[in-house]
Design a protein. Structure first.
Length: 403
């Protein structure tokens, strides 16, 4: 993967290139960014940049560039000669793109295939190559589902730590540098302390790249030994452009999905996949069942929503949250365009139905429901409980929702 294949993050790409070109690269980096912001994509693109033969000067003697970990040369590289991306065509780049470069190693959460086994990442390398090529912006749930983990908890095990130590103490095969990309170090328990000596005193020309989403869940002993590279969420315009160019979405649909995704490209792809679902009608039916038509209608609606998959249920709750946020924004405008569309019309109805504190309470309940859905909560029980909570929050002003 090249930097040009990574959505947005222009400033971070430039920073990473400068680290290499000016010999300021730390041997242990932490790429920290929320889900869908492109941390894994950046890590793979950067690893390819490091091994690229044109970047490190192996393609021709005249093009020899600076070493990553040596003293900075007295004469800086002319701007016209600075390689700001890997070439994509040299043998090293081709191997890196296929995730088969012998000096780029990957570590990620895995599961035990058989009782008593001590799983390591290479047990799932074929599945990883497919996942990292097709779902670069996927999350750990997507990965575990792709290896049929079902309800098993993924881990980066002590056996994996021992394997990392073994691999990184070997000489590099082709490149001058050995790189380890550890995706989701949050799944590294106390056994991660095995890596501390290696991180503190690595073999020459060894680069660690940790790709994480939640800083608070990373071992502090590892966190303190890394240089932070903070990855910001994508802008709506960047998500919108990516949906149009990469997924063939039309301009209107890409604009709507980007607004809902809030900088999370993985979420945007999920929303686009379910874009034909009529969340608007489903939400109207639910609120009328809660506030007007009674328990029988609620049971019927809950039966319907419980047949949807977990991703569909999460997208529906996210859509409701989006409408409530629209409702809060609509209160700030004295006049609304006549051509406001169904979403703003519904948002105005929600404003007549609920005060801002009520809307905040509903959003809080929807967020908690999404959290429990991710953790395999029983959907019927969850939506029954959620319906009761919404009834008590909103009270009985139900006629507002009827056309």
């Amino acid at each position: 993967m090249q930097f040009k294949d990574v959505i947005g993050q222009t400033h971070i790409k430039e920073k990473l290139v400068q680290m290499v070109q000016h010999n300021r690269l730390s041997h242990a980096l932490l790429f920290l960014g929320k889900e869908g912001s492109g941390g894994l994509s950046l890590a793979m693109a950067f690893a390819q940049y490091v091994v690229c033969e044109k970047v490190n000067g192996k393609s021709t003697p005249q093009e020899a560039g600076p070493s990553l970990f040596e003293e900075e040369p007295t004469s800086s590289t002319p701007h016209s000669q600075v390689q700001t991306d890997s070439c994509g065509v040299c043998p090293s780049c081709i191997k890196a793109q296929k995730l088969i470069h012998p000096d780029i190693h990957f570590s990620y959460p895995v599961i035990t295939k058989k009782s008593g086994e001590k799983p390591v990442s290479t047990d799932f390398i074929t599945e990883w190559r497919e996942f990292a090529s097709l779902y670069t912006y996927g999350n750990v749930y997507d990965w575990l589902q792709s290896i049929n983990a079902e309800n098993k908890q993924g881990n980066i095990t002590a056996a994996e730590c021992n394997e990392i130590i073994r691999k990184l103490n070997l000489k590099s095969f082709e490149s001058e540098y050995k790189t380890l990309i550890m995706w989701m170090p949050e799944f590294l328990g106390k056994e991660g302390n095995k890596l501390l000596k290696l991180i503190e005193e690595p073999p020459p020309n060894t680069l660690f790249i940790f790709v994480a989403e939640n800083e608070s869940e990373i071992l502090q002993t590892i966190l303190s030994r890394t240089q932070l590279v903070k990855i910001t969420p994508l802008s709506n315009l960047e998500v919108e452009a990516a949906l149009e160019l990469r997924s063939g979405a039309n301009i209107e649909k890409a604009h709507q999905v980007a607004a809902l995704a809030e900088g999370n490209y993985r979420e945007a792809l999920q929303l686009l996949q379910h874009a034909e679902a009529d969340w608007h009608s489903l939400l109207r039916e639910w609120l009328n069942a809660i506030l007007k038509t009674g328990p029988a209608a609620q049971v019927k609606w809950i039966e319907e929503i419980s047949k949807q998959g977990r991703e569909n249920q999460k997208q529906f709750l996210k859509y409701f949250t989006h409408l409530l946020e629209q409702a809060v924004r609509a209160r700030s405008f004295q006049s609304i365009s006549e051509n406001q569309g169904p979403e703003l019309d519904f948002a105005q109805r929600l404003n007549k139905l609920c005060s801002i504190p009520q809307q905040e309470a509903i959003i809080n309940e929807l967020d908690k429901a999404s959290y429990y859905i991710e953790r395999n909560a029983n959907s019927k029980m969850l939506f029954h409980a959620l319906s009761i909570k919404l009834y008590h929050i909103i009270s009985n002003n139900s006629l507002i929702l009827v056309n």
